[in-house]
Design a protein around this ligand. Structure first.
Ligand SMILES: *[C@@H]1O[C@H](CO)[C@@H](O)[C@H](O)[C@H]1NC(C)=O
Ligand SMILES: *[C@@H]1O[C@H](CO)[C@@H](O)[C@H](O)[C@H]1NC(C)=O
Length: 435
């Protein structure tokens, strides 16, 4: 009995010692991470004088690879390509009294003038001061009847330049010219979707060299948590450090801010991945068939490949006027049809369009529904979306949803839980599978 007790005691002592060492290491890592985030917010604001707190911060010796950019790129002048806005688009959006329609046509007039002043940075046109509620009220008579979140969207509509909080500046770098990234997965996620992101990493979003000899990379696009959410900063920092695939911007992550998320993503691509051949933009709860996507992209004619915008295309859609629906659009906000657009669950486009998409988005006011907005940008560039029946953003027949053989021929289905995604992927790649 005695011998057993002392053995147990030693065991307990050793394991608690291990735990102490582990936790102190973890704490160190977390602090380093937080310091890096603090440093980032300081460098982003170049006009701020250093405070005593800054100068007294002791440098920490660390082996952790910094994932935060040293310098904000927001102050470097933009080089944007020459742009033509399609007449088709201008005619498609009716000129009427609705707020967004009026704003669009006023920006388009600005475009005509800007054509003659090639050096102006369009970012200066947007005044990110919370437009006073009164001013909005004079423009939108019935704004009082808009849902609260809608009014929040309106107040932030001009804010287009939130700073990056966690960055991955080397995501697309490779020493070798021939190893340019062929496909980049850009996945809209939310801070608390840890499990979804991990399922994507372990399955269709796996980074690296694929069969056709092409490089694939993945980034998750994130905003900040809302006021009532528990603070996940430390967990997110650790996750970013571990996987180096999180991009976090300083804006509130919400449905109506998804257009902003797309805009800052375009900018990030121009700064960090300008050479990527194709982009897949989608949700973190879809199942994508990476090999089928790569095969499809390889099969494109050069002309198709250079102006690709493909997915499940929604034709002839119009605004929904029911306040209880997520996609509600008030009549006094937008009136007119939607252009054909690819469902936001997942779609593909050519990387060489990025500078044009980013440029044209300065002439199109933010819209509260991100995939409709994307459709508008492509239409303004004169690019027609291409329907691909392998994209099933409204999902497939109930009885086929666990069938790996059916998924082999598809490019994307929405939606799957992390567990379903893991299972489908395993089954699809099983040597036992006979279809
Ligand atoms: C742009 O410049 C051209 C030639 O200098 C001029 O004819 C045209 O009226 C200008 N357009 C605008 C909108 O200022
Ligand atoms: C979008 O983000 C901005 C910046 O954080 C915030 O002020 C605004 O309320 C957000 N909009 C919505 C609709 O959540």
């Amino acid at each position: 009995m005695r011998v057993k007790y002392s053995k147990l005691l030693i065991l307990a002592l050793v394991s608690s010692l291990c735990l102490v060492v582990f936790y102190s290491k973890l704490k160190d890592a977390m602090h380093t991470q937080r310091d890096m985030i603090k440093n980032q917010s300081i460098t982003a604001d170049t006009h701020r004088k250093p405070t005593t707190a800054d100068t007294h911060r002791k440098p920490r010796t660390t082996t952790v690879k910094p994932i935060i950019k040293k310098k904000s790129k927001n102050n470097t002048p933009l080089k944007l390509p020459q742009l033509t806005i399609s007449e088709d688009f201008i005619k498609f959006i009716p000129k009427n009294g609705a707020f967004w329609n009026r704003k669009l046509h006023s920006l388009l007039r600005q475009f005509d003038v800007a054509q003659n002043q090639t050096h102006e940075d369009p970012r200066h046109w947007f005044r990110c001061q919370p437009e006073s509620f009164e001013l909005l009220q004079t423009n939108i008579q019935d704004i009082q009847s808009y849902p609260l979140l809608y009014r929040e969207f309106l107040k932030g509509m001009e804010c287009r330049d939130p700073p990056v909080v966690i960055d991955q500046p080397t995501k697309c770098e490779s020493g070798n010219e021939a190893e340019q990234v062929f496909l980049l997965f850009a996945i809209k996620s939310s801070l608390n979707h840890f499990e979804r992101r991990q399922a994507v990493r372990e399955t269709w979003g796996r980074e690296g060299l694929y069969d056709n000899g092409v490089q694939v990379r993945t980034v998750f696009l994130l905003g900040q948590s809302l006021e009532d959410d528990p603070n996940l900063d430390k967990l997110i920092s650790l996750e970013a450090q571990q996987f180096q695939d999180l991009l976090v911007w300083d804006f509130q992550d919400s449905f109506y801010n998804l257009t902003l998320k797309e805009h800052v993503f375009f900018k990030w691509m121009l700064d960090n991945c300008p050479q990527v051949s194709f982009v897949f933009k989608g949700d973190d709860d879809v199942f994508a068939n990476t090999q089928a996507i790569l095969n499809h992209l390889h099969s494109l004619e050069p002309e198709q490949a250079s102006s690709l915008y493909a997915g499940q295309i929604i034709f002839d859609a119009t605004p929904l006027r029911d306040q209880n629906i997520k996609y509600y659009v008030p009549q006094t906000f937008y009136e007119g049809p939607y252009p054909p657009y690819a469902g936001g669950g997942g779609f593909l486009f050519s990387g060489n369009l990025l500078p044009y998409l980013y440029h044209v988005s300065f002439y199109i006011p933010f819209f509260p529904i991100d995939d409709v907005y994307t459709g508008m940008c492509f239409k303004a560039l004169g690019i027609t979306p291409v329907k691909h029946s392998g994209f099933q953003t409204f999902d497939i027949r109930e009885q086929d949803r666990e069938n790996a053989c059916v998924h082999k021929d598809l490019l994307l289905v929405h939606q799957r839980t992390p567990q379903q995604t893991m299972r489908l992927w395993r089954n699809m790649h099983s040597s036992m599978l006979t279809c």
